[in-house]
Design a binder for this molecule. Structure first.
Ligand code: 4VN
Length: 324
């Protein structure tokens, strides 16, 4: 049996830090409001770099950390809902920027679950023997889609990129169990950049804007109901008990949601890694940025079991139980 081992991790966030206080000079909000309702203290905003630029910087960091030659990369998946273009894909732009000319590259759109869906997809390519390795990156420049007149949403999101390099391995490691799901019927509660069907013969009215719109209540309720179920099912499916988990890495959407998930799953809050204070919600990038930070802090060692859980736009959810 072939497994997909995490050979290296990496991340990159734009240098520009925007604190809650800085934001409240432009938006009718306050540090107190943002901090108490979401756990966010600051976020990083692009100063002109686009999604492929920050994704490529994260990729270069991953290659450096794993001492990997870009020409050896066989598959590149970029999970993003804020691509530079519809085509070329962000993954193709990254391929070119890092010189991975032997790789096949494509984007995957699953919003906040994108990194989990991408990791799962790459794992199947590796387990089937089709590819021996894969670079999976979650990258978003959400600041370009924020409506700074919508104070309930624009304070919650930021920019960043992170990822992993997976390699075929004979030892039991990588994805040991997974639980992915979608509910398109509730998809309209989180939308970004609608494109209307309009042409010479059928002139639909233009889409109003390309902003990220969120019905926070609905998405919040979804996350607090669906994510605990997903985590409990995932643990049940696997042969690993919750006590054996070193850490849970949840999508960093809101620290209060994580408190609910902890209560409902009876997994102690201390096991949930959180860094939303620093980066806010970077959608597909939150989980790989957190994973890389944990590796750098040496919070994770070979053989440790972790559970990663994404949930959000689509609506989608996905959990992976991974052995480092
Ligand atoms: C998952 C979730 C969220 C999300 C939804 C709502 C929300 C985050 C609404 C109420 C507000 C505080 C903030 Cl749960 C977003 C995504 C997208 O990645 C995924 N915060 N809030 C308040 O308290 O009034």
């Amino acid at each position: 049996m072939i497994f997909s081992k995490i050979k290296a991790t990496g991340a990159y966030v734009p240098e520009k830090i925007v604190t809650n206080d800085m934001l409240s000079q432009y938006v009718d909000t306050s540090d107190e409001w943002i901090r108490s309702r979401s756990g966010i203290e600051r976020r990083h905003f692009s100063d002109g770099e686009n999604t492929s630029d920050i994704a490529a910087k994260a990729a270069i960091e991953i290659l450096k950390n794993g001492n990997i030659n870009p020409l050896d990369i066989e598959l590149i998946i970029v999970a993003t809902v804020s691509p530079d273009y519809t085509t070329p894909s962000t993954a193709c732009l990254v391929q070119s920027k890092i010189g991975a000319s032997n790789a096949v590259a494509f984007d995957l759109a699953a919003a906040c679950s994108g990194f989990i869906f991408g990791f799962s997809t790459a794992d199947k390519f590796i387990k089937s023997g089709v590819y021996k390795n894969a670079l999976i990156i979650g990258a978003e420049v959400l600041s370009k889609h924020l409506d700074f007149n919508d104070r309930s949403t624009c304070v919650l999101f930021g920019d960043g990129a992170g990822g992993v390099f997976l390699q075929a391995s004979e030892e039991e490691c990588g994805v040991l169990a997974e639980e992915l799901g979608s509910d398109g019927s509730r998809g309209m509660s989180l939308t970004c950049a609608e494109k209307k069907a309009s042409n010479l013969f059928n002139q639909a009215e233009e889409a109003k804007d390309s902003f990220l719109h969120m019905d926070g209540r609905t998405v919040f309720d979804f996350a607090t109901r669906q994510t605990p179920k997903c985590i409990l099912r995932l643990i049940e499916k696997s042969s690993i008990s919750a006590d054996c988990l070193k850490y849970v890495i949840p999508h960093q959407a809101n620290s209060r949601i994580v408190e609910v998930i902890s209560k409902k799953t009876k997994i102690p809050l201390e096991k949930f890694y959180m860094n939303i204070a620093e980066y806010s919600n970077t959608s597909a990038a939150t989980i790989p940025i957190a994973l890389h930070e944990m590796m750098q802090k040496e919070l994770l060692q070979q053989g440790d079991y972790i559970l990663m859980a994404g949930f959000g736009g689509g609506l989608t959810w996905g959990g992976l139980l991974v052995k480092i």
